[in-house]
Design a protein around this ligand. Structure first.
Ligand code: ADP
Ligand code: MG
Length: 318
């Protein structure tokens, strides 16, 4: 998922922060702003915002709202805050829009695969079938008025790993802009948002060391998000098992793509769509992107690279 960002030779970041949250390393760099103190404070607030989202949304935080929701599956509604409510309802929307390719209820499958990854084994068909029977984002019940969420069936479980970073990146951009920041580079574990001048952002080569790019795209006030099979995976008998699950099969998605990089204006939307397209493949995925006005660079199993028409001027193969 590593979008390596090219160094800007002209100028070093004037203000910068690096911190861990949402299961990844995060970096915010400010280059231009109206007022140094206001910008520095905005950067602090942005970091606090991401750390707050982590505390409330991470399923690896036992007391988070999402952990409490999962622990209450099949037992009725639990109160959730505005962020969780928003992301749960957006997730349901992307799930419906993608015919279920995007399903945050795949958490039961992700958990099964994670255990096997640790042991270097592959789950049995019966194990996969059992977990698969618990997948279905229509079982996430939301009450707008009561601000509650509920998982309909016992044993169901959700995680926001495929959408939370995008939302967090949008929030960071909003907070910085409100603080008078005019030029900045936001990188939340490879989910990149730029503010201000045009920057070239590298697209990670699926088979090379982190930081080695296979292409570059020029971005002006834009977001770039990648889903790929190379960041988190394990191998058994030469077969690669990665972390994006196809909710239709219960197995890691095999749609003919190694990575999907999307360029657009909303990091949340790109984060959801990158998972969708990675699961559905180019043929079914590209029409959804063109409807949404999102541009893409796709790397196939054969390492062929395609980009959508909107990028023809801005994409450079290395
Ligand atoms: P990354 O987390 O590497 O940035 P993604 O945005 O594609 O990549 O999200 C992958 C994460 O989303 C997984 O680690 C898992 O928690 C969850 N997930 C896996 N498969 C799906 C899916 N089909 N729909 C929604 N979420 C998924
Ligand atoms: Mg995603």
């Amino acid at each position: 998922m590593q979008n390596q960002t090219s160094k800007t030779p002209a100028q070093d970041a004037v203000l910068e922060t690096t911190f861990s949250a949402l299961g990844t390393g995060n970096n915010i760099q400010l280059y231009r702003y109206e007022d140094r103190i206001a910008a520095s404070e905005a950067m602090g607030r942005a970091q606090e915002r991401v750390l707050g989202l982590h505390d409330r949304l991470s399923v690896f935080q036992p007391e988070s709202e999402l952990s409490l929701l999962n622990a209450s599956a099949g037992c009725g509604p639990v109160p959730v805050g505005e962020d969780a409510f928003h992301l749960l309802s957006e997730s349901k929307r992307y799930s419906a829009m993608s015919g279920g390719a995007f399903s945050i209820t795949t958490r039961v499958l992700s958990a099964l695969w994670r255990i096997h990854a640790r042991c270097g084994t592959v789950p049995s068909r019966a194990e996969v079938e059992h977990s698969l029977s618990l997948v279905g984002d229509e079982d996430i019940l939301l009450d707008e008025i009561a601000k509650t969420a509920e998982l309909r069936r016992f044993g169901q479980s959700v995680d926001l790993g495929s959408i939370a970073k995008g939302y967090a990146a949008d929030e960071v951009r909003r907070i910085l802009a409100e603080g008078g920041v005019r030029d900045a580079l936001i990188n939340l574990g490879g989910t990149v948002v730029t503010l201000g001048r045009t920057r070239r952002v590298g697209i990670q080569h699926p088979d090379r060391l982190t930081g080695i790019a296979m292409g570059r795209v020029a971005l002006t006030n834009a977001c770039v998000v990648t889903s790929g099979d190379y960041e988190r995976y394990y191998e058994v008998d030469g077969v690669r098992y990665h972390h994006i699950v196809d909710p239709r099969t219960g197995y890691p998605a095999r749609s003919g793509l190694r990575s999907v990089t999307l360029i657009g204006n909303s990091a949340l939307e790109l984060d959801a769509f990158s998972t969708v397209v990675f699961v559905l493949g180019a043929e079914q995925g590209l029409p959804l992107l063109s409807q949404a006005g999102v541009d893409a660079v796709l790397v196939t199993d054969k390492l062929d690279v395609f980009c959508t028409e909107g990028l023809s001027e801005n994409f450079e193969l290395l």
